[in-house]
Design a protein around this ligand. Structure first.
Ligand SMILES: CC/C=C\C/C=C\C/C=C\CCC/C=C/C(=O)SCCNC(=O)CCNC(=O)[C@H](O)C(C)(C)COP(=O)(O)OP(=O)(O)OC[C@H]1O[C@@H](n2cnc3c(N)ncnc32)[C@H](O)[C@@H]1OP(=O)(O)O
Length: 299
């Protein structure tokens, strides 16, 4: 899987992605870069600072980082590589797209397709959540834009969330606004973060929160000026890294394993449930209307 290209340069490739160690220089720091072998088509960019062990994973799936099958797969592969890489100690998740962290699941993956497609898509959504929520290394979400539904879920899987202080950005599980339902593991992730009553109201109304409101309910841990989101995430990561790794990791697992195990015990049933739910005429109609609303918003 890994090959040494020249001194200090390691290449790990899988699918369309490559991992180059020491192949990129950013300022004075030697970095690892994961990028596609066809850079123009790469949906993420990862830089690993070998001096600190901190990787920054930037989502760059135009226009709005919506989570389609390819994008989810690419994120998963990169996370797996970083998890196996002993020089990586923590991952900061952020966006390279302006104003958007992630628009959530790509609605087009859930609209007008066949059951096989829905099943494959949902499996990849499960996969990314299982990978991130059960991730052994430290993860911090540097939320530099709006983050509805699946985007919020990605942020919720992190050990710490830092959001840009811009009232135009919102975050939350807004599924009911689309006429769909956040599945139990989305719900559990939210509940474990904000508590039962807040999660109950939040899920039923499909509430989206401004950064200051998200901070009030502990949906995010910190709100900072936009230009400081990444530097604050790096500082916070350093604090996490100061804790003995095995103790932190076991504590994280202790908190999260029951929820992870719950999905693991019924993955196939959960996929069946999703396929049957999303294939319903009434649900397809709701999604169609929501998509039209998104288009009309522009005109
Ligand atoms: C018994 C049952 C029990 C349990 C249930 C069982 C199973 C579960 C079932 C279902 C669960 C599904 C869970 C779903 C999770 C999701 O994540 S759904 C997606 C939710 N996302 C949203 O609602 C976001 C919608 N988008 C926006 O609000 C805005 O676009 C934005 C704030 C992200 C960005 O705003 P702008 O910058 O103004 O950009 P535009 O609005 O112009 O968008 C640009 C372009 O992108 C398209 N788009 C936006 N979001 C999405 C998306 N999520 N998917 C696909 N496409 C998206 C938008 O239409 C524009 O397209 P064009 O007009 O340029 O073609």
């Amino acid at each position: 899987m890994a090959a040494v290209l020249r001194r200090g340069v390691k290449l790990i490739s899988s699918g369309s992605s490559q991992l180059l160690s020491g192949g990129c220089k950013h300022g004075r720091t030697s970095t690892l870069c994961i990028s596609s072998s066809r850079p123009s088509s790469s949906k993420i960019n990862v830089e690993l600072d070998s001096s600190t062990g901190i990787a920054v994973m930037r989502f760059q799936n135009p226009l709005v980082n919506s989570l389609n099958l390819d994008f989810l797969t690419e994120i998963c592969i990169s996370l797996e590589k970083l998890e196996l890489d002993k020089s990586c100690r923590g991952v900061i998740l952020t966006s390279a797209q302006p104003k958007i962290f992630s628009a959530g699941l790509d609605i087009l993956e859930m609209y007008g397709k066949n059951p096989e497609h829905y099943a494959a898509f949902w499996k990849s959504v499960q996969e990314i959540w299982l990978k991130l929520y059960g991730y052994s290394k430290i993860t911090i979400a540097a939320i530099n834009g709006s983050s509805p539904a699946g985007g919020c879920l990605i942020a919720l899987t992190a050990d710490y969330r830092i959001m840009a202080d811009n009232p135009r950005y919102t975050i939350g599980l807004n599924e009911t606004q689309l006429g769909i339902v956040a599945p139990f593991w989305f719900k559990d992730t939210m509940l474990n973060t904000v508590g039962h009553r807040t999660a109950e109201l939040s899920l039923q109304f499909g509430l989206m929160y401004t950064p200051s409101d998200a901070l009030k309910i502990n949906l995010v841990d910190l709100v900072v000026p936009e230009e400081q989101v990444l530097s604050t995430a790096t500082e916070t990561m350093t604090k996490f890294l100061a804790i003995p790794g095995h103790a932190r990791e076991i504590s994280k697992s202790m908190m999260r394993k029951p929820v992870v195990d719950r999905l693991l015990s019924c993955r196939d049933a959960d996929i069946k449930n999703f396929v049957s739910f999303i294939s319903k005429d009434s649900i397809q109609k709701s999604l169609g209307q929501y998509l039209s609303m998104l288009k009309q918003k522009k005109s």
